[in-house]
Design a protein around this ligand. Structure first.
Ligand code: AMP
Length: 364
C-alpha cells in the first residue's frame, strides 16, 4: 500500500464530489461536503429527491443508462455512493472514468447476503448458520438443514425488514416462498441475540483506518428504531466487534466507509449479520456527539484529506422519525438536548424514514 503524503492528493476547494443515489444519506453527505468547500453532483433516478435539494449539480437518469453514468463521472473529480443497490455495471462504468470509493467489488459483495456472509467467514468472523436456495425444493431442504425457527430473506434488494419472512415451522415454507417472490433466498438460523451492535469503519486512500465508537441498536419490525452510544457492552465484546470489522475492512482493501451489523449472544460472543458500503443509519449520532460525523469522514476520504480519529464527545441516543413519528416533531423542537434532522421528504408513509433526532447528553 503506497503511503503518499496527503497533500499530494487533497482535492482543492470547489472540486466536485459525485454521489450515486439521492436519498437522505446523500443529502447529509452533500451538506458535509459543502462545509469542507466542495461541490456535489448527485446522480439519481428520482427527481425531487432529498439530496437534490442541497446539491449544486443533479443528473436524473436510471443507473442502467451507461452513457449518463459516464458523463456524470467525467463531470466530477471523485465518486462515492449513498444507495448500495446501484448495479455493479454502473459502478464499474463510473470507476473506469474517475476514482470510485468504495470499490465496485465491495459494493457488489455487500449487495448479496450470501456473498457477504462468505466474506465474513473467510475473514474468520462467525455468522449465523445459513443456506442459499433458488427453488422451492431447495428451500425445503435448506430449512430442514438449518432448523426452525429461521429467517428466510431474499439474497438481494432487502432493506429495513423488507424481503424477510420468519418461519417457526416448515409448514410455513410455501407461504414464505410465495411472499418473497419465488426467487433466490437465504435461510438463516434464528439468532437468540441479547443485543445488536454496529461498527463503522473508515479507511482512507493511504490505508489509514479508524472505527467510530461501537453503537448498540434496537430494531422494531426489522427497522432501526434507536441507537445508543456508548454501547454499554463488555470490553471483550467491544474488542471482538472492532477486530472483526477491521479484519473485514482490511481484507476488502476498503477505501471509504463500511458499516457492519452484528448480533451479540448471551455469552458475549458476536455473530455477523450484514454490512453496508456507505454511511449507516446507526451512525447518525456522529453528527452531534462526535468530533467528526460519518458524512464528513467519507467526504474527507473522497477528497484525500486526513481522516479524523473519531472521539465520542457525549452520551447520545439517536431516535429515528419513521412515518407518523413526524407528529412529534414539535415536541423534539422544544427539547434543548435534541438535534433534529429532517430529510425533506414530501410524502410521509408508514415505515418511511423521515428524519432522526440525536439526544445528546442523554442520561443512559
Ligand atoms: P437485516 O435486514 O438482516 O438487518 O434484519 C433486520 C433485523 O431483523 C435485524 O436487525 C434483527 O433484529 C432481525 N434479524 C435479522 N436476521 C436475524 C437472525 N438471523 N436472527 C435473529 N434476528 C434476525
Amino acid at each position: 500500500m503506497p503511503l503518499m503524503p496527503h497533500e499530494d492528493r487533497m482535492l482543492p476547494p470547489c472540486a466536485t464530489i459525485g454521489i450515486m443515489g439521492g436519498g437522505q444519506l446523500g443529502r447529509m453527505m452533500a451538506m458535509a461536503a459543502a462545509s469542507l468547500g466542495y461541490h456535489v453532483h448527485i446522480f439519481t433516478p428520482e427527481k425531487d429527491c432529498p439530496a437534490a435539494e442541497v446539491a449544486r449539480y443533479v443528473t436524473v437518469a436510471p443507473y442502467e443508462d451507461v452513457e449518463a453514468v459516464e458523463a456524470f463521472a467525467r463531470s466530477v473529480d471523485v465518486m462515492t455512493l449513498e444507495f448500495e443497490n446501484i448495479p455493479y455495471k454502473a459502478a464499474q462504468a463510473a470507476q473506469a472514468v474517475k476514482p470510485f470509493y468504495p470499490s465496485p467489488e465491495i459494493v457488489a459483495c455487500a449487495q448479496h447476503r450470501g456473498w457477504e456472509k462468505q466474506f465474513a467467514t473467510d475473514a474468520g468472523v462467525p455468522t449465523p448458520n445459513y443456506q442459499i436456495a433458488d427453488s422451492y425444493e431447495g428451500l425445503l431442504r435448506a430449512v430442514e438443514h438449518v432448523g426452525t425457527p429461521c429467517i428466510i430473506k431474499t439474497t438481494t434488494m432487502g432493506y429495513d425488514g423488507k424481503g424477510q419472512y420468519r418461519v417457526l415451522d416448515a409448514s410455513q415454507c410455501a407461504d414464505a416462498w410465495q411472499a418473497l417472490g419465488m426467487r433466490e433466498v437465504i435461510i438463516e438460523a434464528f439468532v437468540p441475540f441479547v443485543a445488536e451492535a454496529s461498527v463503522m469503519v473508515a479507511r482512507g486512500q493511504d490505508g489509514t483506518m479508524h472505527t467510530f465508537p461501537v453503537t448498540r441498536n434496537e430494531h422494531e419490525g426489522g427497522i432501526l428504531r434507536t441507537s445508543y452510544v456508548p454501547c454499554g457492552l463488555s470490553v471483550t465484546t467491544h474488542t471482538a466487534l472492532e477486530h472483526a470489522a477491521c479484519a473485514m475492512a482490511q481484507r476488502a482493501e476498503l477505501v471509504g466507509l463500511l458499516a457492519f451489523e452484528f448480533f451479540i449472544l448471551a455469552d458475549g460472543s458476536i455473530c455477523f449479520n450484514e454490512m453496508a458500503p456507505r454511511p449507516h443509519n446507526s451512525t447518525h449520532w456522529t453528527m452531534d456527539a462526535c468530533n467528526v460525523s460519518q458524512f464528513e469522514q467519507l467526504m474527507r476520504i473522497c477528497a484525500g484529506l486526513p481522516l479524523k480519529k473519531p472521539t465520542l464527545r457525549a452520551t447520545c441516543r439517536m431516535v429515528n422519525l419513521i412515518g407518523d413519528d413526524m407528529e412529534q416533531l414539535t415536541k423534539w423542537h422544544h427539547d434543548p438536548h435534541a438535534h433534529v434532522h429532517v430529510y425533506g421528504k414530501a410524502e410521509c408513509r408508514e415505515g418511511r424514514k423521515m428524519g432522526h433526532v440525536n439526544i445528546v447528553g442523554d442520561n443512559l
